[in-house]
Design a protein around this ligand. Structure first.
Ligand code: ATP
Ligand code: MG
Length: 344
């Protein structure tokens, strides 16, 4: 069966939006608007899987929204909202908790990393995070999910959940006139030279909002001086840049900076190496700083302007939530019939 093509993705309002979120996610969200109907969510239900200060959460939600808009997402043509305003996400996640298997969730690396040694004390929500993410995607029967490399495993789990639901409820799906499959197999879109931006201090660790060291990341709110200082201090190795991509093997910091440059310039790593092969890092870093400043400062300024008008942001979210809910409610109603719930 052919499903209507639709993009869904989200960003958590957990503070400190960074270059990885921009290159791996938000910049790509903006590009996809040309080819798809898109739904972009501020996933606040996901955020509270780890502790969020209630005094700070509203500001963080508005900041992610502002970043979406400042990066060129059109909230009128597409849909922008925060997850907790559409109750179907959580309702649907429950159904998927009953479809997904404990063994599947036990394989999820994000839980292992985030819960780390204190697993007994991690929230149940952190453990079941991927079933909520499957609900986010599938409540809109989305077909494409742009994410960074770190979220690939979760999108694959959403595919497994969709498939198991389609199989387990196959007879009921057919009986209710939905054909052979109710859910599409959502496809992760993980493309370009910066699908996994690494920490500036350690090229083997992902750049992350929750990393305590601010020096490890470029924040979307950093000013020109902060950007320049962080890049100048970014870890590198003593060799000059190679001429070919295979010369980046076992040089994670070099590869990371190259990937950032390529993604910002809208080109590829081999192209960047054609220009900088043989150069010292100091020369390359100076150009990278210029590029970062040229790209990020206008976004930074627009984000600040938007955050200064919370009433406007809240209106964008309310409008998006109302439109998202119409779609979600339709899916939820069909799912209730398929599962066999009696409903109004
Ligand atoms: P947290 O540490 O709270 O999980 P995060 O930085 O991982 O924060 P998320 O809100 O979890 O941010 O992820 C939002 C999107 O950004 C996802 O699509 C994720 O894959 C992408 N993303 C996150 N970090 C990176 C990174 N370092 N490089 C590329 N994409 C990234
Ligand atoms: Mg994350």
């Amino acid at each position: 069966m052919a499903f209507k093509q639709r993009v869904f993705s989200g960003v958590q309002p957990t503070g400190n939006l960074h270059l990885g979120n921009y290159l791996g996610a938000i910049q790509r969200f903006a590009e996809l608007q040309k080819s798809y109907d898109c739904i972009y969510c501020v996933v606040d239900l996901h955020a509270i899987t780890t502790w969020q200060d209630p005094a700070e959460l509203p500001g963080a939600i508005r900041e992610v929204t502002a970043a979406y808009l400042a990066c060129g997402i059109d909230a009128k043509k597409h849909i922008v909202f925060n997850q907790s305003q559409v109750a179907e996400h959580a309702e649907f996640a429950w159904v998927f908790n009953c479809v997904a298997r404990v063994g599947w969730l036990n394989r999820m690396t994000q839980f292992k990393e985030k819960a780390s040694k204190d697993r007994e004390n991690a929230s149940v929500g952190l453990y079941s995070y991927p079933t909520l993410m499957a609900a986010d995607i599938l409540v809109y029967r989305a077909t494409h999910v742009p994410v960074g490399e770190d979220q690939k495993q979760h999108v694959e789990l959403a595919r497994d959940i969709a498939q198991k639901f389609n199989n387990d409820f196959g007879a009921s799906i057919r009986a209710h006139g939905h054909g052979e499959a109710f859910f599409p197999q959502p496809e992760p879109l993980i493309q370009g030279p910066a699908t996994r931006v690494m920490s500036l201090r350690d090229g083997t660790k992902k750049m992350s909002k929750s990393e305590p060291s601010d020096q490890s990341r470029i924040n979307l709110t950093d000013d020109a001086d902060q950007i320049a200082l962080k890049i100048r201090r970014a870890k590198t190795d003593p060799e000059p840049l190679p001429h070919e991509e295979n010369g980046l093997a076992n040089r994670p910091e070099a590869e990371n900076l190259l990937g950032i440059y390529a993604a910002l310039a809208g080109t590829t790593k081999p192209e960047v190496l054609k220009q900088f092969g043989g150069a010292q890092f100091s020369a390359f870093k100076a150009k990278l700083i210029d590029l970062l400043i040229a790209k990020l400062l206008p976004i930074n300024a627009e984000m600040r302007r938007l955050v200064g008008d919370p009433a406007y942001i809240d209106q964008v979210l309310a409008d998006g939530a109302a439109r998202a809910q119409l779609l979600a409610a339709e899916t939820m109603k069909a799912v209730k019939d398929i599962v066999g719930f009696v409903h109004r």
